[in-house]
Ligand binder design. Structure first.
Ligand code: GLN
Length: 542
């Protein structure tokens, strides 16, 4: 089958969940046996979101090949189980950078370089790049932003041109919003009509409309939208608010989204999607009533998207354990020795979050000391692992001023330090240790038991490392370096074996956790938290 291209655009307002709709469609097409990939085109000028503050754009996701990507790529992977790469996330900045590089090389042979055709051609080339590999039947391209934004115009112009060039192999799904006016008790279609008109003015006629709504949209209202928007009546699909994003693929299938898309693209329709494992997950999710209470100690507690992949990995692990995730955010800046017992009371497990910079760091040490001495299941991720190491150095090894050189460059005990090759790098963008690296786990360790094997590969995003010259002192005092990079011997995992569960990973296991293949380490952590809860309940009789 020739590669087919599906474009997903959005109108009316942002945050409608284009990424979830694109992911759900991909999930359904994959479940029908098609080879699918999803890519995101972001209209901002940053080269990638790696240098963006999480307050701006939520979590920065990391692909296997070390690209710092938009968090929607995390949804793509969680829903499809297909790894994304650098090619799956392109920004205006990347497009311009590549056009300007070509211009400097003289590739344009003296021509005036313009938005049309040079920028749009570069966008088109990037849209088609994954398709050209021959590895995919469907390439779904999500265009970030809202139709009408100045910034997304070149992308939409590229989509317009591609629709003509690709003919039947291109399709446009437009996501809009149907608001409910509570005072009038009415759903309103006008914003959708306007948004489609805006697309039409740009020369794009959507083939399928997906309508975000809080209430069911009656059939006659959908027919009216179809009539006003030049869309066939069967191609207006509602996407009603669901209690969980993981329900959306099933709801979209019930609405016939995959069916319409395949029909319109003249693609084979014979096999129904095999969603049995997905349904099992949903059944677990919906019957789980007993909670497992996890505290996430971090500095972005007001902004839950900052820890998106951790939240989802925890949710998946809890669901597989038949539990309802009760996740509490604990502000690391507000944690003190005085309030820590009160703040962490009642938690079955604690995660200390990744991060950059010293804001809130002392609170992380306080939380870790409390968790270690009270033997609470504890999971440190990246900066969280580094904090585990520092806290242990200070309070167990007696190296009172131990620190990471990120926080205190003049510390006498650099237990966490910059890698040699990082010392000469001054550029902030894309210069960390990024992407998947192999890790060898010590046989018999808790972490090896969790994975069920000793050779693993997980994704990284950091500059600083455990300082190997302290390794023996840590091991002698009981904090074991149970995972290391087989080539460089960099320490990737520490654990304290005598504890209920006390593990820190320099890597981010959350990035590889998907609905159908949840992270083994998150599962092990959540299981330990559940066991700890049971122990406490048995002891107190409550
Ligand atoms: N700031 C730390 C480093 O760069 C940890 C990074 C992280 O938690 N992702 O090494």
């Amino acid at each position: 089958m020739e590669t087919k291209y599906i474009f997903v655009t959005g109108g009316v307002v942002s945050s409608l969940g284009k990424g979830i709709i694109a992911s759900s469609l991909a999930c359904l097409l994959k479940a029908r046996g098609f080879r699918v990939t999803i890519q995101k085109f972001d209209p901002y000028i940053n080269i990638d979101p790696g240098t963006l503050n999480p307050y701006e754009h939520g979590e920065c996701y990391v692909t296997v090949d070390g690209h710092e990507a938009d968090l929607d790529l995390g949804h793509y992977e969680r829903f499809t189980d297909i790894a994304t790469t650098r090619a799956n996330n392109v920004t205006t900045g990347r497009i311009y950078q590549s056009v300007i590089d070509k211009e400097r090389r003289g590739d344009y042979l003296g021509k005036t370089v313009q938005i049309i055709p040079h920028i749009t051609d570069e966008i088109k080339r990037s849209v088609m790049a994954l398709g050209k590999t021959g590895r995919f039947d469907f390439v779904i391209t999500e265009i970030g932003g809202v139709v009408g934004d100045i910034e997304s115009l070149p992308f939409l112009e590229a989509v317009r041109q591609l629709r003509w060039e690709l003919e039947d192999n291109a399709l446009c799904v437009h996501l809009t919003y149907v608001p409910y006016i509570a005072a009038a008790k009415e759903l309103k279609t006008k914003p959708t009509q306007h948004s489609v008109k805006q697309l039409q003015q740009l020369g794009i006629q959507p083939d399928v409309l997906v309508l975000r709504t809080e209430h069911d949209i009656p059939a006659e209202m959908r027919a009216k939208i179809a009539r006003f928007c030049n869309v066939s009546p069967g191609a207006v699909v509602q996407s009603k608010d669901a209690p969980s994003i993981y329900r959306i693929p099933v709801l979209m299938h019930e609405q016939g989204l995959d069916d319409i898309v395949l029909r319109k693209m003249h693609a084979p329709l014979d096999n129904e999607p095999d969603m049995a494992p997905w349904h099992d997950f949903l059944a677990n999710m919906e019957t789980a009533s007993e909670p497992v209470t996890i505290g996430l100690v971090g500095k972005y507690v007001e902004l839950q998207d900052a820890y998106k992949s951790i939240n989802e990995a925890l949710f998946q692990a809890a669901t597989y354990a038949g539990r309802r995730l009760d996740l509490r955010y604990i502000h690391s800046e507000k944690l003190t020795a005085e309030n820590v017992s009160e703040q962490l009371a009642g938690l079955d497990g604690v995660i200390v979050a990744p991060g950059f910079g010293h804001r809130g760091i002392e609170g992380k040490f306080t939380a870790l000391e409390w968790c270690r001495t009270h033997d609470v299941p504890t999971f440190g991720i990246c900066l969280g692992m580094q904090c585990m190491v520092i806290e242990f150095a200070r309070n167990v090894l007696g190296l009172t001023d131990a620190n990471s050189t990120e926080m205190d460059p003049s510390t006498p005990h650099k237990v966490i330090d910059l890698m040699e090759e990082q010392k000469s790098i001054h550029n902030m963008g894309g210069t960390m240790r990024l992407g998947a690296y192999d890790c060898r786990l010590r046989p018999g360790s808790r972490v090896a038991e969790a994975y069920g094997r000793t050779d693993i590969s997980e994704r990284h995003r950091h500059r600083f490392e455990f300082n190997g010259s302290y390794r023996d002192r840590f091991e002698q005092a009981g904090m074991m370096c149970v995972g290391e990079n087989p080539d460089t011997r960099l320490v990737e995992v520490v654990e304290i074996p005598g504890k209920r569960w006390f593990i820190g990973t320099q890597y981010h296991p959350e990035y590889q956790s998907t609905v159908l293949h949840p992270s083994p380490l998150f599962r092990s952590f959540v299981d330990a938290a559940i066991a700890y809860r049971a122990e406490r309940t048995a002891a107190t009789g409550k």
